[in-house]
Ligand binder design. Sequence first.
Ligand SMILES: [Mn+2]
Length: 364
Amino acid sequence: MSENLLRIQNALREEKLPGDAVLITSLVNRRFATGFASSAGMVVIAKEKSWFLTDFRYAEAARNALSGTSLLILQRGQKYSTLISDILQAENIKSLGFEDQEMTVAEHAALSSELSSLLPGGLLPIGSRLSHLRASKLPFELKYMRKAQKIAEKAFEQLLSVIAAGMTEKQLETELMYRLLLNGAEGLSFDPIVVSGPNSALPHGRAGDRVLQAGDFVTMDFGVTYRGYCSDMTRTVAIGYATDEMRKVYNTVLKAQEIGLEKAKAGILWSDVDMAARNYIAAEGYGEYFGHGLGHGLGLLVHESLDFDPDRPGITPVNGVVSVEPGIYLPGKFGVRIEDCVILQADGNENLTSSPKELIIIGK
Ligand SMILES: [Mn+2]
């Protein structure tokens, strides 16, 4: 049985999740609870039992993948609420938690009209409690995230001998995506960012037809999934040469990242880590050019909450995974971002990222 399903059942028993049972409707939390990926389905988790509901398309795969969870297959024309009603009655479930942050108003209205009469204790919103559980990773999850990062790094290492003046951002992006998949990525954690020259001042710009040329910075921000778990990394390289200003900005970002990496650990306020890196960039005169957060949690999603305890907002979790990615973006000129991801531990962190960070000048 899935270890995360047991965590959810413990949370129900300890009343950290409201209700006699919880209904999981989102793709990410279905996968979190069961390890099984499907575009359609629901999971009902009670304190001792659980049920995976899906349709014909996933019946065979779910039967092979799931253990310790009962599988219920929707018949054609049947509604999920019919299967859920059967469970509620058979198991004497009187109150049901639901993912209020992952549901449309219309879906909630339908669920409410179909199930409320069976639930004297009500349909209870669970807020962000499953994302709190997700924030602190289990050993198997960390293993998948290390693997995802290794795949990305291998692709990046290969890409360094491919990048050249004369190719377009789009061509470079294609070369990157090809190598990510060839090296074992299950998928991409997000559409890569490949931006060059003045475009590198756009933190979330997309690759276009611009041709790489000497004197450019090229920023590449990318990640892959492995068994559902995401990696995320950013490197900025120069083409041909780098001016003194480019070197100064690059080294400022690198030093800010080192400050963040030095401070990142579990059990502290993440905002303090952010502030330490930010203060350094401001002291170097670039404060107004670093307008985004220092980092974000990641896991089954590439952007996840780092909060794991509603009573201690902003305090970092043991075995939380977080990016450390300062950047400086000078409009119309260039930008630099450097991103590693680390596993937070009580006494520091484990850096998942080992790709080099000294300034690489391509074709020099
Ligand atoms: Mn990131």
